[in-house]
Design a protein. Structure first.
Length: 252
């Protein structure tokens, strides 16, 4: 029970990586606050977890929603110890093909909302005597990739914001770290593949797999162990870390 008596707030918790992290944290004894736009998805996860879970439908791009989310978290759970910034979006495109609206939407969700929520959470983590912020970035926040102009730029910003916050708040015992997954099977990626012809989807998966030294694509559970480590006292001397979870993709 590595997270006993801890409260963790997780965005994008209704599916995919966020859902898996919420389930993993609850198994380790944490109270988990599930934030996201889709109330039905959040309630499903809350029912799956049981009494340790609390669902709060939230649009993290809206400051008023963020302040309400934190107020309800503290009222229900008494404080906050862990924040997982997982909400994000991917719009494919090059610097030339993307529209200004697509660029702005990407940065609003992937960067601005993460900053706003972290900023609002810091006083609560400080009152708790410290805590852990875990930002979910991407391997494209470390390396470049085709058709990832806005996404890669936004995730690069997340990576750098992680390092800067770690430097600013280490003296308050607030650790800030970043996980950078590669291609992971989630509802989002499966939906992306479903839009392709079966032959094209199969070829895309084959090509992605060939780029990964460990020879397989990621699963959401591959992310949970690393998130648990960064959330727990096992990583008490780790801050500012940018950890690829990519089967070796960034090593070659």
């Amino acid at each position: 029970m590595r997270l006993a008596n801890k409260t963790a707030l997780i965005t994008g918790a209704g599916s995919g990586i966020g859902r898996a992290i919420a389930l993993g944290f609850a198994r380790e004894g944490a109270n988990v606050v599930l934030a996201g736009r889709r109330a039905d998805r959040l309630e499903e996860v809350a029912r799956e977890i049981g009494e340790r879970a609390f669902a709060v439908p939230t649009d993290v791009t809206r400051e008023e929603d963020i302040h309400s989310l934190l107020a309800r978290t503290v009222e229900r759970c008494g404080g906050l110890h862990i924040l997982v910034n997982n909400a994000g979006m991917l719009i494919l495109g090059t610097a030339e093909s993307l529209t200004p609206d697509q660029w702005d939407r990407t940065f609003t969700l992937n960067v601005r909302s993460l900053w706003l929520l972290s900023r609002a959470a810091l006083p609560h983590l400080r009152r708790a005597g410290g805590g852990s912020i875990i930002n979910i970035s991407s391997v494209y926040g470390i390396v470049g990739g085709k058709n990832r102009a806005a996404y890669g730029a936004s995730k690069g910003a997340v990576t750098q914001l992680t390092r800067c916050m770690a430097a600013d708040h280490g003296g308050e015992n607030i650790r800030v770290n970043c996980l950078c997954p590669s291609f992971v099977y989630t509802d989002l990626t499966e939906g992306y593949l479903a839009k392709m012809r079966a032959q094209d989807a199969s070829e895309a998966v084959r090509k992605k797999t060939e780029e990964i030294p460990l020879g397989r694509l990621g699963r959401v559970d591959d992310i949970v162990g690393a998130a648990l480590f960064l959330a727990s006292d096992e990583s008490s001397w780790v801050t500012g870390a940018v950890l690829p979870l990519d089967g070796g993709f960034t090593a070659v």
